[in-house]
Write a protein that binds this ligand. Sequence first.
Ligand code: CTP
Length: 416
Amino acid sequence: MVQEILCYKYDMNNNLHNHRILLIISGGIAAYKSLDLIRRLREQGAAVRCVLTKGGEQFVTPLSVSALSEDKVYGDLWSLTDEAQMGHIRLSREADLVLVAPASANMIGKMAQGLADDLASTVLLATNKPVMIAPAMNVMMWQHAAVQANIKTLQQRGVHVLMPTSGVMACGEEGEGRMQEVADIIKAVTAHFAVPGPLSGLRALVTSGPTFEPIDPVRFIGNRSSGKQGHAIAAALQQQGAETILVTGPTVLPKPQGLKVIEVQTAREMLMACEAALPADIAVCAAAVGDFRVADIALQKIKKGAVPPTLELTENPDILAALTKAGNRRPRLVIGFAAETENLLQNANAKLLKKNCDWLVANEVGEGKGFDQGENTVTLLKRDGVGKTASTAWPQQSKDAIARQLVDEIAKAFTD
Ligand code: CTP
């Protein structure tokens, strides 16, 4: 069963380090999600300061907002103490991004009209910083011509609108109007601050891990691949800006953050997922794909008998070779791996030519080398336009370091 999962950044990886976000929480049931949003933004390293409208206060308390942001909560335009400590102008300027979540129909209307009758709307009028809003309201309100016109006006003025999603609402009605999930808002905020990497605008496909080829409902043919190298390459490609799809066999690794992960079991599922992921500019086949599968998978668990069973095997499709034969959908740079237990360079060279890939990462496996290890020793083989191969041996290093080095080479190839 091919399972498609979108992974989001929920770990403490400091993507928003040094960024100051002014979060305006306006009235709406979705305000409860803003409490989680504050936590997640802070986990990413952002400094979060909050403005809570009178409407927002009906759904979340200033105390919880203050506790989570570990800061004072601002709400009153006419408070002498607030204005003395942090005037609305300073509040609007001392942020790198103003985020309104949830943005109620009323708040959106005020923004579109340029009204300034409370602290939140005044800050929004006074700010010279980018503004992002996450609308949340009843489906009929969202679809109302007035709200749609206001949204259009805001978009034309450069406000980044995180379009609401569909589903059952707190009011019981169903349709568009739900505030985007916190993970999606975090993703949008992270993308807003992301520095474009050298691989921005390119699509990358990575295969990783082993495949499990079933024998019967409880047994399978697998291998010792951990997926560490492939996962590290996918993460490094993503970090350098490539839109990356990771197609992985079963592993116990955590899913790399921020990229699309497609989980498969067998070689045939892996091939299908890779073909569906095309077009791609870069393909890295790091999976240890099972070369053979059982011709007739037993429908019931095979029982012990007088003689041990004989398994008839049949060859699996070669995913790497299929990608290089994909005609005009062939990725511009196809990189294979060669796991060898002997005659490393000779076998690797033969594989490079046979599978018609552009580069090949050759590594020795077996006896504590390669599979399931933290470190790897590899040689990178590159084929030039006239079919000559140049090889460079890299020193033993961690799989993460190999991934970074390989992705640096890829970036050079695309920028040269
Ligand atoms: N590969 C693939 N599909 C397969 C077998 C291998 O995509 N069915 C890819 C691997 O991901 C790797 C490369 O082909 O990038 C070489 O894999 P390797 O296991 O070293 O070689 P094989 O082609 O399986 O040949 P052999 O096992 O005979 O060495």
